[in-house]
Design a protein around this ligand. Structure first.
Ligand SMILES: C[S@@+](CC[C@H](N)C(=O)[O-])C[C@H]1O[C@@H](n2cnc3c(N)ncnc32)[C@H](O)[C@@H]1O
Length: 297
C-alpha cells in the first residue's frame, strides 16, 4: 500500500471534539476511570502516599495536565477531598472549549467540591513551562493527555517530575502498548506523516531512562465498535475518525486504503468478538510515580 497523508484529527479541534465525545461514551471511559478512582488501588497508590507526606497544615496543591472537560479530574478531586479538605487545583489545557466545559462542570458540582479553589491556565504544558511558574505540587495527573507529547516525551516527564513536591505523587493514565487499539495504530500510523503514537510502554521506558521509579496498574477495557463497520452510521463514522486520527476518514481516504484499514481493524490482532458484538481492546495502564522524600531539585 503506497504511503498517503491523511488530514490529522488533532489539526481540526471541532471535529476532534465531536469524535472524542463519541469515543468517550462508546468506551464508557468516564465510568471506568471513576470506578478506579473510587476503588482501593487509587487509595493505596495515591491517597495513602499523599497522607504520609502532608503535615496537615497546608492545603493540597494539585496540577491537572490536559484535563479536558474535567469529568475525571472532578472525580479525583471529590475522592481527595475526603482526606484533604483544602485543595488548590491548577488546570493546564490549551483548549478554550474544553476548559469552558470543565469550568461549567465544576460549577454544577460546586456543592461536592467545597474546599477546592481552581486556577485555570489556557496553555499547553510547553507554554506553561516557558512562563516559568515555580509552584510545586503534591499531586500531578495527566490522564490520556501525554499522547500529545509525541516526540517530546522526555522533556514533558522531566518537567512534570521537577514540579512534584518531595513525597508527591504523579499519575499518568494511558493506553497500553499491546492493546488492540495500539496494534491497530501500529499498522496504520504511516499514513499520518506527522503523528507519532505514544503509549504507556513509552512512558515506562522514558521513566526508566530518567531513573524515576514507578508502579504500574494494568486495567482491562473493551469498546463495542460494531457501528464502525456500518458505512451509514454517523456514530460509527465518527468513531472511525477517532480510531484513525483522521478528519472524515470515509471521505478523505481512497477506496483501496479504506478496504485495507477495515480489514486490518477487523483482524483478530485488533478485535475480539462476543456474539454479534465486535469489541476493541482498550486496556490501559495507570503509571504512578511517588517522588522520594529528601530529593534535591
Ligand atoms: C484525550 S484528551 C483527554 C482529556 C481528559 N484528561 C480526559 O481524559 O477526558 C487530551 C487533552 O490534552 C489536551 N492537550 C493537548 N495538547 C496539550 C499540551 N501540549 N499540553 C497540555 N494539554 C494538552 C487537550 O486539549 C485535551 O484536553
Amino acid at each position: 500500500m503506497a504511503s498517503q497523508s491523511l488530514p490529522c484529527l488533532y489539526k481540526n479541534p471541532d471535529h476532534y471534539l465531536k469524535a472524542f465525545h463519541i469515543f468517550c461514551s462508546a468506551s464508557g471511559k468516564f465510568n471506568v476511570y471513576q470506578a478506579w478512582v473510587d476503588g482501593e488501588r487509587f487509595s493505596e497508590a495515591v491517597v495513602d502516599k499523599l497522607q504520609a507526606t502532608l503535615d496537615g497544615q497546608e492545603g493540597l496543591r494539585v496540577l491537572g495536565v490536559g484535563s479536558g472537560s474535567g469529568e475525571i479530574d472532578c472525580a479525583i478531586l471529590k475522592r481527595l477531598l475526603r482526606q484533604f479538605p483544602r485543595i488548590d487545583n491548577r488546570v493546564v489545557d490549551p483548549s478554550d472549549e474544553l476548559l469552558g466545559r470543565y469550568k461549567a462542570l465544576a460549577e454544577s458540582k460546586a456543592h461536592q467540591l467545597h474546599g477546592v479553589t481552581c486556577d485555570w491556565r489556557q496553555q499547553t504544558i510547553e507554554q506553561y513551562e516557558k512562563a516559568g511558574d515555580l509552584t510545586k505540587f503534591h499531586f500531578i495527573s495527566a490522564i490520556d493527555s501525554i499522547y500529545h507529547a509525541e516526540d517530546a516525551l522526555d522533556s514533558w516527564l522531566t518537567y512534570l517530575y521537577s514540579r512534584l513536591e518531595n513525597g508527591g505523587v504523579m499519575l499518568v493514565i494511558m493506553r497500553t502498548d499491546d492493546s488492540g487499539f495500539t496494534r491497530f495504530l501500529n499498522g496504520f500510523q504511516r499514513f499520518h506523516a506527522n503523528y507519532h503514537d505514544v503509549t504507556s510502554g513509552d512512558v515506562r521506558s522514558c521513566l526508566d531512562r530518567l531513573g524515576i521509579t514507578y508502579t504500574q496498574y494494568r486495567q482491562p477495557r473493551r469498546m463495542n465498535i460494531t457501528t464502525c463497520f456500518d458505512r451509514a452510521s454517523e456514530e460509527g463514522n465518527l468513531l472511525l475518525d477517532f480510531l484513525t486520527f483522521t478528519v472524515c476518514f470515509r471521505e478523505a481516504a481512497p477506496e483501496g486504503l479504506q478496504t485495507w484499514v477495515m480489514e486490518h481493524l477487523a483482524s483478530s490482532d485488533c478485535l475480539e468478538r462476543k456474539g454479534d458484538e465486535i469489541l476493541l481492546n482498550l486496556d490501559w495502564d495507570a503509571v504512578v510515580v511517588n517522588k522520594p522524600l529528601g530529593m534535591v531539585g
